[in-house]
Design a protein around this ligand. Sequence first.
Ligand code: S3P
Length: 433
Amino acid sequence: MNTNSIIIKSAGGLVKKNYSMLGDKSIAHRAILLGALGSGEYKVKNFPNNKDCSTTLNCMMQLGVDIKKIGNTLYISSPGYSNFNKKIYSLNGENSGTTVRLISGILAALGIETKIIGDESLSGRPMGRIVEPLELMGGKIKMEDNHLPLYFHNNSGMHGINYHMKVASAQVKSCILMAGFLSKGVTKVIENMYTRDHTERMFKFLGADIKIIDKEIVIRNSKLQCKDIFIPGDISSAAYLIACCILGTGCTITITDVLLNERRRKYIDILKSMGAKIKYNTTKILNEEKVGDIVVCSGILKGTSIDKNIIPYIIDEIPILSLLAAFAKGVTIFKGVEELKYKESNRIEAIIYNLNNMGVKTKFDGEDLIIYGEKKYIDKNIYIKTFNDHRIALTFLCAAVRSKETVFIDNWACTDISFPNAINYFKDFIRII
Ligand code: S3P
């Protein structure tokens, strides 16, 4: 056993508790990347202090942004994008696809000379999807074989484009919107499927000239303000607490001040359609984002069929939904989940591998993932291979709630990527042995 692994067991209790989550990872990235484009000072509250967002923070400091962190508050003083450093030896994206794909839009448009590297997982993920539109806009980027490192060179100024998205990716969309904002002329992005819209909302909040009509987003350069940002609770992290509560017996939990953006709460809408006792209530709007409370009780789910155009909304929640589907009555089908192969791990492989080890039948058919439910309890010790992927580790932690034996997780430390100190949140549902 290495020091990164843990062995856990169900705590078996009746959990009745209120939780509040640290800030949403997607919004936290944007609070630094977009927030610091303007010149001036602002605060970011409820910063999640996870590894991915700290990666963005470190990269922006290398660009010349001054950031002080006290607890979960960032005190940011930015010189504004026109005063960012123009030559940086190297930026390290570590494990964070969001950092690399979004910051690339800034680096290219400002002609900053640098290279981006990343860890083994990130170095295996596709980057051509951002390089292609950035080159069409006049960016000068060198890349071999679709992967990091990316080499950014000075250019004679980038210009806007009309771009039809080829993959349904909020990261790619955000990269083009950020580059478009910093380029000459107008940029129009036309989505093929709706994806999360935090970049658009953050730009709007900061006063940018951005217009959104259905799947078309139009942006051009304008003055940006520096404004304090409160990051709502991370709904993707809350997803695991919700799952533990559903899988438990007689539990009721409330999660307060959590992000309830329409394109991120689909996980909850799907659980509802599967018969979960769950409700949410928007209580406020913060930085153009809906925020509110979720109440959930333990219960039995039934299988469902999830359409391809819903997949981008739940892209990070498919592992945990697959686990819940394993304990539901009947079959669950996720249609068109090919993109899951290109995440921190090949998540299709990781889901199938671990569910099969638990004795759950699965099938990957064309682009569809099929989970055959009906499991009630796990009655043997199981070994979870995380593939060093935080969302796989967090998903299969929840399996312990329905296990009569132990669950070994080969790399728990990787959960720091999105959810530091996660174990403290789950201590009423599971215990470490
Ligand atoms: C993210 C978008 C998603 C998601 C990732 C965060 C974002 O990726 O999987 O964890 O913050 O924009 P894609 O948009 O590439 O699918």
